[in-house]
Write a protein that binds this ligand. Structure first.
Ligand SMILES: [Mg+2]
Length: 168
């Protein structure tokens, strides 16, 4: 059961992901969390690094869709600055949220990866939907109170994940 909370990989940031390697691994679509995954939670302008990375995805023929539980003008503004689709008010970790994103992407389970900074929404939801998952370190300390509380449980899970990786 605990394995549903385990990410497929845990990396520092999206910039450690090479779009060409994803393509080589058969990935055709990426479901991206927004806050603290591709942009700091308190930021509203997309920087050049992010534009460049999304551009590299497109060059490799990989589609991206933002999947966010958030719904503010800021969220749709970021999606349009990047020129990628958005599924907002997503109710992650529910499976339906990920199915909606996959129908936007037009990809199947085996071709889709979820990237996010939270275990209880992005990773758990991605795993329940049968997708590959990548956890990233949150980009900022700005977080909702309930997220801050869940970080304690995340640390416990990641400790188990690390121990498991060592045993294997
Ligand atoms: Mg997030």
């Amino acid at each position: 059961m605990l394995s549903k909370f385990f990410p497929g990989a845990f990396i520092k940031s999206i910039y450690d992901i090479d779009p060409a390697s994803l393509k080589a691994a058969g990935i055709k679509g990426i479901i991206l969390d927004l806050d603290n995954t591709i942009i700091a939670r308190n930021a509203s302008t997309v920087d050049e690094d992010l534009k460049h990375w999304v551009g590299r995805l497109k060059q490799e023929g990989i589609k991206a869709c933002i999947l966010s539980n958030n719904w503010k003008l800021r969220v749709s503004s970021i999606a349009s600055q990047l020129n990628i689709p958005l599924v907002a008010r997503a109710a992650k970790p529910y499976r339906g949220a990920f199915k909606r994103a996959m129908s936007v992407l037009g990809t199947s389970k085996g071709e889709t990866v979820v990237i996010g900074d939270q275990i209880f929404t992005d990773i758990l939801g991605g795993n329940l939907a049968g997708l590959k998952t990548i956890l990233v370190v949150p980009m900022s300390n700005s977080e909702a109170i309930h997220t801050k509380l869940l970080r304690h449980f995340e640390r416990w899970i990641l400790k188990r994940w690390n121990e498991r990786a060592t045993i294997e």
